[in-house]
Design a protein around this ligand. Structure first.
Ligand SMILES: *Cc1c(COP(=O)(O)O)cnc(C)c1O
Length: 220
């Protein structure tokens, strides 16, 4: 069943769009099923769950931390995490750098922007991001790499609202590309989930994070 779902989802996205299979709350057995089809990118949003799953599953899986990450928990995922999607403060970025250094790794990060109407969704403003990039300590962060942006649209049936929000993230990406602190690694626009990824792709997403459409609805 997982295999069929993955095939369906992959058929519905262009080749240049990277698929993250969001496996949060789902058991190891289902992740293994997806892995056995050749899929390697999985997303989780809780540190403890991520650490437990990573320990049990093949080591060539690329784990993406897609949830809100507290600075004091970075140390648990720093040894193996492939990409952290939710960077939303300089404090967190500095901690990721510190832990990356300990493990002699450069950790890929995305800056998360607040693009939705809901105030509950986390994220930076464009000005916040500029402040990070222009902080005098920023050039010292040699163990992080800012690879792009991430955002979540309002959970809504109002397509024009969702499109507008995705468009605003694309616009932020385009403005940041030109910034002198931004490197050639800055390529990713992570936006789009099961219910809105087609709209996100219309607006330039090249990384979608899809859970329920692959693994089935979550109970919690
Ligand atoms: C849960 C989650 C997803 C996937 O959601 P679905 O609606 O199941 O596709 C994507 N991104 C983030 C940040 C999430 O927390």
């Amino acid at each position: 069943m997982i295999e069929e779902n993955l095939i369906q989802v992959k058929k519905s996205i262009p080749n240049n769009v990277h698929l993250i299979a969001v496996s949060k709350t789902k058991p190891i057995s289902l992740i293994r099923e997806a892995y056995n089809t050749g899929h390697l990118d999985f997303g989780e949003n809780k540190v403890q769950e991520l650490v437990n799953k990573q320990a049990e599953l093949p080591k060539n899986i690329r784990w993406h931390m897609i949830g809100h990450l507290q600075s004091n928990k970075v140390k648990y995922i720093a040894p193996f995490i492939h990409m952290i999607h939710g960077v939303e403060s300089f404090k967190l970025l500095k901690e990721i750098n510190k832990q990356g250094k300990k493990h002699n790794r450069v950790i890929k990060c995305l800056l998360q922007f607040h693009i939705a109407q809901e105030t509950t969704k986390f994220g930076l403003s464009y000005q916040d991001a500029i402040a990070i990039l222009e902080d005098k300590l920023y050039p010292e962060l040699q163990n992080i790499s800012i690879c792009g942006v991430m955002g979540m649209a309002t959970f809504s049936n109002d397509e024009s609202l969702v499109l507008k929000e995705f468009d605003s993230l694309k616009e932020i990406f385009t403005k940041l590309v030109a910034h002198s602190s931004i490197t050639n690694d800055f390529k990713i626009i992570s936006m789009g989930m099961s219910n809105d990824y087609e709209l996100a792709i219309q607006k330039g997403s090249n990384m979608v994070r899809i859970g329920s459409k692959i693994f089935g609805a979550r109970i919690n």
